[in-house]
Design a protein around this ligand. Structure first.
Ligand code: ADP
Length: 398
């Protein structure tokens, strides 16, 4: 079965075409600058080099049409006809409390996604536009929605409720939702395979550490807590997001700096995190280099990031009554041995600990980096949200 995976943002649209018989990516790419001057498709077929095709794309429907065109191109295409695409899987950021799993898209599903726009104003509108564009261009082809929030819908109320007046939950559905669910789910399933145990017997802490970072406590295959909250601003220190902070700081800043609520929101989302602390960069490669060169604020930012992740590992081991494995994934988790080492330092009391040689040798591959005698395993597992979306889509329509 050939499945197209779509991740639509406001001015970009990422795509991957899978052949699910052997889970191979036939082609992938991104439509950039949709609705802007200089829009282009960056496309890669199979193992070939990326090519850039300048293409006017006024909206997401134009982008989907461009994707179909390049996939079926007589020279660089990987399918001969659009009808070979048997289903489309869409990443949708917010499913609110409505979806605890992926679903085939119907008019009711679209209405429910629309209702969640208040909760994800930057993400759900382009996600919906992508769905509508596919329906228009590929009528009759089944479409599936895979939600970032769905995996965390198993959290108990004690984990997802905030200690604010209950009426606010009833009125606005203010609660913890959690994000990166597709990634946490994917790595936890891979971890169970690597450990050779049924997922129902395992307690796993998954660390998705990228530009946005989140930690999840996954007990017996179900998310029981996660660090992001009502929005992806909460939790650990991130590239440009503050993560957890005392909410009283917001009022203080508004008064002292004469900031509007939007300015504070912008500052906490885009100018904080390791970028704000270091003044150097949000990118961990730059930060590690600056810290190595003696930049104290870059070193402080890295220490704060590490400490914030450690705080969740400790807390989630306690919440689950133990832990069998800690999993590192995403850009930083997969590629930065020094950060993995710092996070797992002095975790022997938990029964964890890593093997330095294995940790340093591993970049971007699935590997168990635990110390030989560690009871709690430490795994590195490259995430693959697109494959998860494709496989959910196949399961629902196959
Ligand atoms: P996003 O949340 O945008 O998907 P990623 O998961 O790609 O983010 O993570 C980006 C972070 O991973 C950056 O801070 C980057 O420095 C870090 N990183 C470290 N090494 C690498 C690498 N070899 N390739 C990509 N990202 C890396």
């Amino acid at each position: 079965m050939k499945i197209l995976v779509i991740n639509a943002g406001s001015s970009s649209l990422k795509y991957q075409l899978f052949n699910m018989t052997d889970e191979i990516v036939l082609a992938k790419g991104v439509c950039d600058r949709i609705g802007l001057d200089g829009s282009m498709v960056k496309h890669t077929s199979g193992e070939n080099e990326q090519i850039i095709i300048e293409k006017s794309m006024k909206n997401h429907a134009d982008a989907i049409a461009a994707v179909v065109e390049v996939l079926t191109d007589k020279d660089i295409g990987v399918i001969s006809n659009m009808s070979e695409i048997q289903a489309v899987g869409h990443r949708v950021v917010h499913g609110g409390e409505n979806f605890s799993g992926s679903v085939v898209i119907t008019a009711d599903v679209k209405a429910a996604i629309e209702k969640c726009i208040d909760l994800a104003p930057l993400h759900n509108p382009p996600n919906l536009t992508g769905i509508n564009a596919c329906e228009e261009i590929m009528p009759g082809v089944p479409q599936v929605a895979v939600f970032d929030t769905a995996f965390h819908q198993t959290m108990p109320a004690s984990a997802y409720m905030y200690a604010i007046p209950h009426e606010l939950y009833v009125k606005y559905k203010i609660r913890k939702y959690g994000f990166h669910g597709t990634s946490h789910k994917y790595v936890v399933e891979r971890a169970a395979k690597m450990l050779g145990k049924p997922i129902e017997e395992l307690k796993i802490i998954t660390l998705h550490l990228g530009n946005g970072s989140s930690v999840a406590a996954v007990k017996h295959g179900k998310s029981v807590n996660t660090s992001m909250g009502f929005t992806p601003l909460a939790g650990v220190v991130m590239g440009t997001r503050s993560g957890m902070l005392d909410p009283a700081i917001i009022k203080f800043l508004m008064q002292k700096e004469n900031m509007t609520v939007d300015q504070v929101d912008d500052m906490l989302n885009k100018k904080s995190g390791v970028l704000g602390v270091s003044g150097v960069s949000s990118d961990f490669r730059d930060l590690c280099k600056a810290a190595d060169d003696g930049n104290d604020r870059a070193a402080l930012a890295l220490d704060m990031f590490v400490a914030s992740v450690k705080r969740y590992i400790g807390s989630y081991a306690m919440i689950m009554g133990g832990v069998d494995a800690v999993v590192f994934t995403a850009g930083i988790g997969e590629n930065t041995p020094t950060i993995r080492e710092a996070i797992m330092k002095e975790t022997e009391f938990l029964g964890a600990g890593i093997d330095d040689a294995k940790n340093n040798s591993s970049r971007g591959v699935e590997i168990d980096i635990s110390a030989a005698n560690a009871k709690v395993r430490t795994l590195v597992i490259p995430t693959n949200e697109e494959l998860m979306i494709a496989s959910d889509t196949e399961n629902l329509v196959g």
